[in-house]
Design a protein. Structure first.
Length: 271
């Protein structure tokens, strides 16, 4: 099976390229005609394009976040609709959901902040695709790279600790389970919206203590919320918001998680 990947330099894309070695890359600068040419003999397109979300936001960077997702998706959809591609798998995030609300794919209430609007508009562009379309709403992806790669060094030095009061919920997914989800979606030709999250989200307190336990390091130094806000400005919401999302749609389809428990995932990754 030949697939095309946009956003192909990222952590998830690098894992995906190992799972599907018969791939081509859609570059950010490619125009619609170039993409159409690249899509010859391609069965599925996976859209992972988007500037890093964990960063200090100002109005200029928020525009980069928006354009890197929305404009890229517009081009992809236009090209796919003019090609023989059969399946489009686009990305979104659990940031589409409101804070402090237990959510699954049937939740109709959406976040009314920048992240909520960003994810909503991103999905709206993907839904303009006329081919079979699947949208995966990512939680925090855990693997050798991504967010965990930034967390581990301070934890190994004994400098890890809860963020704020530690009560915010983190919805997460092991990278191996995420790769299995892509296989599952393609093999079963699924379409619609799916939360790419473990069925066991955890508080920041539990996440912190579990990571410390796996690394055999203390987790005594908290990171106050005001420091996070100073470092990331409005972008602090990515670390401070509480998103509790469950993968009801995947479970209903019979998907089986291999690393649904946080400790098992972290032990495997950090072994």
């Amino acid at each position: 099976m030949k697939i095309a990947i946009s956003g192909a330099s990222g952590f998830v894309a690098n894992a995906l390229k190992k799972e599907f070695p018969n791939f081509i890359v859609i570059e950010r600068q490619d125009d619609v005609e170039t993409i159409i040419e690249k899509l010859k003999e391609v069965y599925a397109v996976v859209n992972l394009a988007g500037a890093p979300i964990v960063a200090r936001w100002d109005e200029a960077y928020k525009k980069i976040l928006y354009d890197s997702r929305i404009e890229t998706t517009k081009k992809l959809v236009s090209a796919i609709n003019q090609s023989k591609v059969e399946h489009f798998i686009s990305t979104s995030a659990v940031g589409i959901y409101p804070n402090n609300v237990t959510c699954n794919e049937e939740t109709t209430q959406l976040g009314d902040d920048f992240l909520g609007k960003l994810a909503h508009d991103w999905e709206s562009e993907a839904h303009k695709c006329e081919k079979r379309t699947t949208i995966l709403r990512f939680g925090v992806v855990l693997g050798l790279g991504g967010a965990l790669e930034k967390m581990v060094p301070p934890f190994k030095l004994g400098l890890g600790g809860i963020i704020g009061d530690g009560r915010m919920i983190t919805s997460w997914i092991d990278i191996d389970d995420l790769m299995s989800m892509y296989h599952f979606v393609l093999e079963k030709k699924l379409e619609g919206i799916f939360n790419a999250t473990s069925p066991h989200p955890v508080t920041n307190y539990i996440f912190t203590k579990t990571l410390g336990k796996v690394l055999h390091r203390p987790t005594l130094i908290p990171l106050p919320s005001f420091i996070v806000k100073m470092l990331f400005s409005e972008g602090a919401v990515v670390l401070l918001d509480s998103k509790e999302a469950y993968p009801k749609a995947f479970l209903d389809k019979g998907f089986v998680f291999e690393y649904g428990e946080l400790e098992a995932s972290l032990k495997k990754i950090l072994a």
